[in-house]
Design a binder for this molecule. Structure first.
Ligand code: PXL
Length: 285
């Protein structure tokens, strides 16, 4: 019998503007992985719309966990992302503790372009390091990496040496694998970089330049990355696949000229996820 991997996704459900669960569920499903959503909040639209209604589900999370314990279900991965309150940090820690054999992915969702998201308090940002401490894998963007390290958002592109030092410092906070996205490098390139503490390997993939940024791109990348790892791909293959598909849908969205708030137009492209990765652009750094 074919085994289907199961992921508990602790994330918000936003009605408009593809992000979080509305990206993670279709992407992982297309990769043959089952998503079991643990909603942290329900929003009419993501916070990038400026105006939105949000229903915080902090009090819902522990009853969900108790029910799962009673059912005796197990997960292959527990994946945390957008949180609605600092108490939800404690609830995520309880989820990680309850499923010790699950791969722990912490996407430390906090902000972008050097700014925290509208609903993120200083306390919530400060406490994100508690999740990072117990994670196996973390996937911060540059803004989130800076917040976690207590650094200012870099005003200059990073040198290779500085990127490596940030990756090591982030992994020293707990996770064995760190993948940092949207890193501007000297020479004008944006890259995705990774570090595997066990092997000591650093990875770098130069991203194709598109002059636009779309909501939910980080969620797309992180779910593709973990989908690859759960299906048995190694880190460099997973980074390669995640970047390649993300770039493809960014390009399509850009060509259609849609507003950034609507997110990535990935729906018609999901069938491509079952194809083998064509090129190996992820290189040792
Ligand atoms: O993609 C990150 C994200 C997730 N969820 C909500 C958001 C954002 C980023 O703006 O607002 C609700």
């Amino acid at each position: 019998m074919k085994e289907i991997k199961k992921v508990a996704a602790i994330q918000d459900l936003s009605g408009i503007g593809r992000c979080s669960l509305t990206v993670i569920i279709p992407v992982l499903s297309a990769m043959g992985v089952q998503v079991c959503p643990v909603p942290t909040a329900v929003l009419s639209a993501h916070t990038g719309y400026g105006e939105f209604v949000m229903h915080d589900l902090t009090d819902f999370m522990m009853p969900v966990l108790e029910h799962y314990k009673k059912l005796g279900v197990s997960f292959d991965c527990v994946y945390s992302g957008f949180l609605a309150s600092s108490e939800q940090i404690d609830h995520c820690l309880e989820f990680f503790k309850a499923f010790p054999n699950a791969l722990k992915l912490v996407d430390p969702v906090m902000g972008d372009d050097g700014k925290a998201y509208a609903t993120y308090t200083d306390e919530l940002c400060a406490r994100m390091s508690e999740l990072v401490a117990v994670a196996d894998i973390i996937t911060p963007n540059l803004t989130e990496a800076a917040i976690l390290l207590g650094e200012d958002y870099p005003s200059e592109p990073l040198s290779k040496q500085k990127a490596k030092s940030w990756l090591v410092r982030l992994s020293d906070m707990g996770a064995k694998i760190v993948v940092m996205t949207s890193v501007p490098f000297e020479g004008g390139r944006i890259a995705t970089v990774g570090y595997d503490k066990n092997s000591g390997a650093f990875w770098k993939l130069n991203n194709e330049y598109v002059p636009a940024q779309y909501s939910g791109t980080g969620d797309m990348f992180a779910s593709l990355l973990v989908g690859g790892l759960l299906c048995g791909d190694d880190l460099s293959v997973s980074i390669n696949r995640a970047s390649q598909f993300t770039e493809h849908v960014v390009r399509i969205t850009y060509e259609c000229g849609r507003p950034w708030t609507e997110g990535l137009m990935f729906e018609s492209e999901l069938t491509q996820l079952s194809r083998p990765v064509k090129i190996d652009r992820c290189k040792k750094m």
